[in-house]
Design a protein around this ligand. Structure first.
Ligand SMILES: [Zn+2]
Length: 360
């Protein structure tokens, strides 16, 4: 099997501003070790990646890494949600998409302006759909009650998606719903799914459920949170039926000491670059019996299409030869933080897939 793992890498890889959790060197190794040759970096960096620093970041990438790193730029100025960023300038500089990832754009006006511009610029608006976290570390349900923790309702996700879809229809803009975690959001995108309105999910949402949090392991704390078995099944079905077109990582490196703070106090998100492909093959191909070609297009040609990257994502004449060779039957086990060295190049080696075989 050979193909280019052209997909989205979401979240804070914290360059510039904070290079402790990840830098271009570590993210390159992490990506390549997982068979990933292209990534889309999110702007939730410190300072936020916008038209002001895009050019210098692109220069730095060209000098420091062989990985294809594409950039998204903010929707709102400095990701503060107060006024619209300069999308036109960012597009001119090479931004492939716009998002305030990590936060939802609360202002209806800003979202309207952004979606209108997206049609003119022919670039997508990516939306992290979540009204708020309500300071709740995990899903609202059986497990949050058992652990006596505040829970995050699914409504916080699907209400946000509902509003953005409505605006996208009204404005004719390009909307892409990020990291869907629940069946209700799928019911919404199912009705409107088209070239202009697309969606994604991540391997953790079709591999795990809130039950993986029962022992309080913060490596399963992500945003939006892991949901229920019904949601997991709905996500796999939506992938199969084409209502979700992209699988991405939502790769979010944090310091080990930060993740050790427990469910309530640790930050949301963990790494996913190294396991994106393996987890997808394991879960969707081996267990769910999905057509491998369908799985692959969600990490290769579909993201390239979304980001208007014309020469990547397919093995064809005229396309870049970004190739990963994979044995889909070769088994490897993510054992623990400390035995990951050979496979995990992320600086802090915290993975939700540790001891995955035992958990599964
Ligand atoms: Zn996000």
């Amino acid at each position: 099997v050979g193909n280019a793992w052209n997909y989205r890498c979401s979240c804070a890889y914290e360059n510039p501003g904070n290079e402790k959790a990840e830098n271009f060197h570590s993210i390159t190794k992490a990506a390549l070790s997982g068979g990933v040759t292209s990534i889309l970096a999110m702007p939730n960096t410190n300072p936020a990646t916008d038209e002001e620093i895009l050019a210098s970041l692109m220069k730095k990438v060209a000098a420091e890494t062989c990985l294809n790193i594409f950039f998204s730029s903010t929707i709102s100025d400095k990701r503060l949600g107060i006024s619209l960023a300069n999308l036109k300038k960012a597009a001119r500089l090479g931004a492939r998409a716009f998002t305030d990832d990590g936060s939802w754009v609360h202002s209806k006006e800003i979202m309207e302006q952004a979606l209108r511009l997206s049609a003119k610029l022919n670039l997508p608006i990516l939306s992290h759909c979540q009204l708020e976290t309500g300071n709740a570390p995990i899903n609202l349900g059986e497990v949050s009650r058992k652990l006596n923790l505040k829970g995050q309702s699914k409504e916080l996700e699907y209400r946000a998606a509902e509003r953005d879809i409505k605006i996208a229809i009204e404005t004719g803009g390009f909307l892409h719903i990020q990291h869907i975690s629940c069946a209700e959001t799928i019911s919404l995108v199912k009705k409107v799914s088209c070239e202009r309105i697309t969606a994604e999910t991540c391997p953790h949402y079709f591999t795990f459920t809130e039950k993986n949090l029962l022992k309080g392991d913060s490596n399963f704390k992500m945003n939006p949170p892991l949901r229920t078995e019904e949601d997991r099944q709905a996500i796999m079905s939506a992938l199969k039926k084409g209502h979700i077109q992209i699988i991405c990582t939502d790769h979010a490196p944090h310091l080990k000491k930060e993740k050790a703070l427990g469910l309530e106090n640790s930050p949301f998100g963990v790494i996913g670059l190294e396991t994106l492909l393996s987890a997808s093959i394991d879960q969707l191909y081996h267990k769910y019996k999905m057509d491998p070609a369908l799985i692959l297009e969600k990490m290769t040609s579909n993201p390239a299409k979304l980001l208007r990257i014309k020469n990547k994502g397919k093995l064809m004449t005229g396309f870049d030869a970004d190739i990963a060779i994979v044995d889909p039957n070769k088994e490897w086990i993510v054992k623990s933080f400390y035995s990951l060295w050979r496979f995990f190049y992320n600086k802090h080696k915290l993975s939700k897939y540790k001891r995955f075989k035992e958990i599964a």
